[in-house]
Design a protein around this ligand. Sequence first.
Ligand SMILES: *Cc1c(COP(=O)(O)O)cnc(C)c1O
Length: 405
Amino acid sequence: MTHPTPEARNHILTLPPTELPAYVYDLTALREHAAAVRAALPERVELYYAAKANPEPEILRALAPYSDGYEVSSGGELAHVGRAVPGHPLAFGGPGKTPMEISTALELGVERFHVESLHDLRMLGELAAQTDSEERVGVLLRFNLPLAAASLEGSSLAMGGRPTPFGLDPAEADEAVRPLTDGTYPSLELLGVHAHLASGLDAEEQLAVAASIVTWSTDLAARHGVHLREVNVGGGMTVDYAAPESRFDWTSYGKGLSALLAAHPDLTLRIEPGRALTAYCGWYATEVLDVKPSHGEEFAVVRGGTHHLRTPATKGHDQPCSVLPVAAWPHPWPRPAATGGEVTLTGQLCTPKDLLARHVPAPGLRAGDRVAFALAGAYAWNISHHDFLMHPRPGFHFLDGGGRA
Ligand SMILES: *Cc1c(COP(=O)(O)O)cnc(C)c1O
């Protein structure tokens, strides 16, 4: 959906210029999407939302009925998500956990820890032993597993199968499992394996990755004579910024996971997508300030820029967008307008990197027209360098059933 939903479009057109740029989220569209994702997944697949994709409390709450829990990767996310959706299960992962973060997570009764290294495991084992809790703390060992090159091809953010700071090296597997089975850490309970190996995979690639993680984990459990209860195969379901209409095929993914589960009757699978859940529900809306020629091309400068929507700069793509024409021009000076068929949209920053979308087909684009950048519901505002150049912050609008919240 490149075009904003009718609710988002109406809302964007009713905002005065002084309230632009603005992030506009359609929570109804988000709920519909999340419900469809949930419905496509078999019962024995748990859906955790990776909060780092977009941790706005309204987003976290809208997802609550369709998700089994939340994946958090810092003490900050842990506290924030715990406040926004109290009582929902949390899985705490991420590299470089501090003793303070672990202690806080233990105090808050976090259900699961994704252990990223032997050091992470030892800290958790000791700190868990110091609590008064009778309950054992659930542990999933995160591994950086080797993957067939084919399954990683085309994935933009590979985190596994090559040297990275994420997860345990597979060569450390036995050393990590042993203290969880020989009584070294009686406060910990080994639940299974976690692996988040790449981003940008389609359903077929995700299924190949999931199958190889499950096979590897089953072998590990068998070698140690332990019961494998859970395997978390991570997130990374693709969002195609070049083809925003095409979505990850959740139906065939769900069917493939069913087939995988059929061979493992006691196993719970878990996935933790972020981007593919929330990207589609958000738009970064703004207006054209100026249109000008430069060495044979035309540029439109919009209010705001990549300090609010860093996604295209980070990923090196053109953010999909649509133009919402505005007839009125209230000023006494002439209205700048494009003369050619294509315009490059940039922001207000004094750096050539402030490119939002290149060569957008927008014949006749005028100052005062509005532009809605799509797929801005994930890794957008929260990854951006807000303070660079001291422009004002955007507004935030969460549309819920046609109203505004
Ligand atoms: C970022 C991350 C995710 C979510 O990845 P998406 O590409 O947004 O689906 C899931 N799990 C872990 C461990 C992550 O770091």
